[in-house]
Design a protein around this ligand. Structure first.
Ligand code: MN
Ligand code: MN
Length: 316
């Protein structure tokens, strides 16, 4: 079973709305090599895992799959922050993306000129389970052959392509909200490259100097450099409340990236960052509650809160 902590796995920096950046980030969420695929691929591989003697490999895949749930939440929230308020946004004078809503335009006129019209028409300035071209996420992206070496090879390819595309995304926008999440995912992708590479090393593969992929180091990006200096590329969390994960038996020793660091698989979870709920958007009729309905919601919420059994607290 999975628990939820009401925090983001990493801080989302504040900046202006940017609907074009939001649409670019859709590839990192619902694209063929996006977070929805990594999440589903690793969860299916751990659900279907066979052979009790291979438990450390199952635990490694499951821990990373659990982290990917948080990546879906992080990039989805980032997209929704980049969209939120974008129709009314007056913008900077230099950026044509920032025109919409200026000069008495209709409240949602932005939908007719910029980015993905579904961000305003189908959703209410929020993320969608689609790629940057609007194609819906597909379960057929998920690779789970049941052969451990093959699955690990595909996982390494998936993380490497994800890291490649995120390095490209970083170069597409200077928006701080977008870049804070892109940078975090670049570094975590490298940690997962290390994890699957290390697992394959224990099964006889020798990487020599192939890692990280892409070879051009993301350290040229200042936000990435800061995270790498904190060693985040060499840490893998277990996300295991029951202290039963054996993933640390694999995720240890010298990093396959040959960056002079040792792998650390001993930590349960990162510290996380405070999360908050998006404001109401009246032009989207979202949430669309009137005073009477809101009173009802508040009363129901209070009743439910009073009933909550605090058996399962926050992670320690
Ligand atoms: Mn991820
Ligand atoms: Mn990953």
């Amino acid at each position: 079973m999975y628990f939820h902590l009401q925090q983001w796995i990493n801080e989302i920096a504040e900046d202006e709305p940017d609907p074009a950046a939001a649409n670019a980030l859709q590839e990192g969420l619902g694209g063929q090599f996006g977070e929805m695929r990594t999440m589903m691929q690793y969860l299916f591989q751990s659900i279907n895992f066979r052979g009790p003697s291979g438990k450390p490999y199952r635990d490694l895949i499951q821990g990373i799959g659990t982290e990917e749930i948080s990546h879906v939440e992080l990039i989805g929230t980032t997209i929704s922050r980049l969209l939120d308020g974008s129709p009314a946004y007056q913008g900077s004078s230099t950026d044509p993306v920032d025109q919409p809503g200026a000069g008495g335009a209709t409240p949602l006129s932005i939908a007719m000129s910029e980015s993905n019209i579904h961000h305003y028409l189908v959703g209410a300035q929020g993320a969608l389970p689609v790629d940057a071209a609007g194609n819906p996420w597909s379960g057929s992206y998920v690779y789970n052959s049941g052969n451990l070496v093959l699955d690990l090879l595909y996982n390494l390819m998936l993380e490497s392509t994800g890291r490649l595309q995120k390095c490209r995304l970083y170069e597409m926008t200077s928006n701080k909200t977008a870049r804070s999440t892109i940078s975090y995912l670049i570094v975590r992708d490298q940690a997962h490259e290390n994890a699957f590479a290390r697992a394959l090393e224990t099964l006889g593969v020798n990487w020599q100097t192939a890692l990280p992929i892409p070879k051009t180091n993301g350290e040229q990006f200042p936000e990435v450099k800061e995270l790498v200096e904190r060693g985040l590329q060499s840490v893998q969390y277990t996300f295991d409340l029951g202290n039963q994960s054996e993933a640390g038996r694999i995720f240890q020793g010298a990093s396959p990236s040959n960056d002079g660091t040792d792998l650390d698989g001993s930590r349960q979870a990162p510290a996380g960052a405070p999360s908050f709920i998006a404001p109401e958007r009246f032009e989207e009729f979202s949430p669309g509650t009137d005073a009477e309905l809101r009173k009802l919601i508040e009363a129901t919420a209070e009743m439910e809160m009073a009933d909550i059994d605090l058996t399962f607290g926050a992670m320690k």
